[in-house]
Unconditional design. Structure first.
Length: 234
């Protein structure tokens, strides 16, 4: 049985109204409306990430334990946003005079390619179209590596001992991102683009090496400031 902590943040009355709404007790009711549209009910919910831009917008990601009519339980990620440009295609709710846009993360209305990037069959077909998979390769297995609501997501597709990273962006940005990676790869140790789709997916190969995050966590040596500066200058 899924029993993550209940949503009980310490809400300061001095906070802006949108923060009080998205982190307070009424957020559970709002999340219940979103889960209910998909046919489920909430067991519990916890905010995982908050992006508050004072006077502009607030975006919160929640970890929501959900029970479905067939008795199955799962943990869903739901996003809620107030202020700024609210994406069309999201569920729009009115709470305490505040307009809230909310969506399940895999249905991000600004990233229509995300659903495809999370579907093994669609990813396998995309990699076939781009000539990435060799004949006889097994279908790709997927793992989500990053998600920034409304902006981008990164999904790792593994084929045998090789990895391809699918960067999902807003469709109007995808061709520019593809061209940028093509240019940078000629001069810098950055991944080339293997191709892109109209939905907003750019495919890139995995590169050898250790991430800076992993080195920092392990306490290993990091590049000198001058080395980083030289790389940026290039």
């Amino acid at each position: 049985m899924l029993r993550p902590p209940a949503l009980r943040p310490a809400v300061d009355p001095a906070w802006p109204a949108d923060l009080r709404l998205l982190l307070g007790a009424r957020s559970t009711e709002m999340l219940g409306a979103i889960v209910g549209e998909a046919g489920g009910s909430i067991i519990s919910a916890t905010p995982r990430q908050v992006n508050h831009q004072p006077g502009r917008s607030t975006t919160v990601q929640y970890r929501v334990a959900t029970r479905w009519p067939n008795g199955r339980e799962s943990v869903e990620t739901i996003v809620a946003r107030t202020g700024g440009h609210l994406p069309s295609g999201a569920a729009i709710l009115e709470r305490t005079g505040t307009t809230v846009a909310a969506w399940r993360w895999q249905d991000d209305p600004a990233l229509p390619g995300l659903a495809s990037a999370l579907d093994p069959e669609r990813v396998t077909a995309l990699l076939d179209d781009l000539g990435v998979r060799a004949r006889g390769d097994r279908p790709a297995t997927l793992a989500t590596r990053a998600y920034r609501p409304g902006r981008r997501a990164v999904v790792q597709a593994t084929i045998g001992d090789r990895s391809v990273y699918l960067k999902v962006v807003r469709p109007r940005h995808v061709e520019h991102l593809h061209r940028t990676h093509r240019r940078l790869a000629c001069e810098l140790p950055s991944p080339d683009s293997l191709g892109w789709s109209d939905e907003g997916i750019v495919a890139m190969p995995g590169l050898p090496g250790t991430t800076l995050r992993a080195v920092l966590r392990a306490g290993g040596p990091v590049p000198a400031v001058t080395e980083v500066g030289d790389l940026l200058d290039r």
